[in-house]
Design a protein around this ligand. Structure first.
Ligand code: FAQ
Length: 327
């Protein structure tokens, strides 16, 4: 089952407050390629959709730091450890940028974190799987970051200024992560028989979640139409998946690695990749809280929230609510 706890995709614009005239002017600005800024008028549904998407993206970054983060203490060698530490730190920084972008739309960071740790808000399916070996962390850094770039590069050309600017900066860092991940995968794929086997097994494990990563097929997608109309989302889920396959399958095959889908091939006539549909029932289970690591991931975030509470109190002050209005 898809669908968000707090967004009805059939939500209608409130015509009393949001007149047709305002809506037309808003849509004309979007059509002209203008950026919408926080204080500009926007339809309620645009605001809600942006909050949903940016918030889920921010959660994905902090939760996404966890699978790779488990390899910091076990990275093979000092240089790999330094690079992985920097990458994981970047991902947490991306969450900061994205939470700030979502805050400009009126939802507080506390409310977003609360929705994450209570399981109300979603985050990317891929981070609910374990990184069992060092090769898994290499596959994540190469192929999940690559997927993130396909998505983020497209959406950085979108309509909401604060989100686009955050995505532009994130993409610079992600492209460095991708190179780091590619270097790790090449190292393993051209290494000993044991290393090749390790990276092949990791790729086999990660391929289905990667195919899920871009979301349900366009036919099944709930939000694409609205999001694309308002240039929040610049490519459909299937278009992103196709672009990804086009860019990365040849590179994977070049390394002599095997993808676990005997039907995967590019149809030369249509120019589209054909593939076996991934198990969408598994996808639904995972995004709705029942994946291999969902409970563990949220438990870590809950612990961080509890252990960091005294720091937030120390910074904001117990009585910040009284102090700020009179400051
Ligand atoms: N995982 O109607 P659609 C990263 C949900 S960042 C979980 O097609 P939409 C960096 C969707 O929310 C990765 N849930 O939805 C990194 C909706 O449920 P809802 C995150 C998913 O919004 C790398 C329902 O299914 N990136 O990797 C997923 O039009 C390495 C119906 O779907 C972003 O968040 C999924 N994969 O399209 C960090 C980018 N797909 O909300 C560390 C921004 C769909 O109604 C290490 N987001 N769902 O309850 C987007 O571009 C879009 O939201 C999509 C989904 C494309 C993800």
């Amino acid at each position: 089952m898809y669908g968000n706890a707090y967004i009805d995709p059939n939500d209608k614009i409130d015509s009393q407050e949001e007149s047709q005239e305002k809506l037309d002017a808003f849509e004309a600005r979007i059509a002209a390629g203008d950026k919408i800024e926080p204080n500009d008028w926007m339809p309620d549904l645009y605001r809600k959709q942006l909050i949903r998407m940016i918030e889920q993206h921010a959660h994905s970054e902090i939760i996404g730091a966890l699978p790779e983060g488990t390899w910091i203490t076990r990275a093979p060698g000092f240089r790999r450890k330094l690079a992985l530490m920097a990458k994981v730190q970047d991902e947490v920084g991306h969450a900061q940028l994205l939470y700030s972008a979502a805050e400009t739309l009126g939802k507080s960071r506390e409310a977003m974190i609360n929705d994450l740790i209570t399981g109300k808000s979603k985050y990317s399916n891929v981070f609910n799987y374990p990184a069992l070996t060092w090769a898994d962390s290499a596959i994540i850094a190469w192929l999940i970051d690559a997927g993130a770039i396909v998505n983020q590069l497209a959406n950085s050309k979108g309509s909401y200024g604060p989100y686009c600017r955050a995505l532009e900066r994130i993409c610079y860092e992600e492209s460095f992560h991708l190179k780091y991940g590619h270097d790790n995968v090449v190292h393993l794929a051209t290494g000993t028989a044991k290393q090749r086997q390790m990276v092949q097994e990791a790729l086999t494990r990660w391929w289905p979640p990667i195919m899920h990563f871009f979301g349900p097929s366009d036919k099944e997608s709930v939000h694409t139409e609205t999001l694309m109309k308002w240039k929040v989302k610049m490519m459909s889920n299937d278009a992103m998946r196709q672009q990804y396959l086009d860019m990365y399958v040849p590179k994977i095959w070049d390394l002599g690695l095997v993808l676990p889908d005997p039907n995967l091939k590019k149809n030369q006539e249509s120019g589209l990749w054909e593939y076996t549909e991934p198990d969408w029932e598994e996808f639904k289970r995972v995004i709705n809280g029942d994946g291999p690591c969902n409970a563990e991931r949220l438990a870590v975030r809950r612990m961080a929230e509890e252990k960091g509470r005294w720091v937030r109190r120390a910074i904001l002050g117990e009585e910040a609510a009284y102090v700020i209005p009179f400051a």
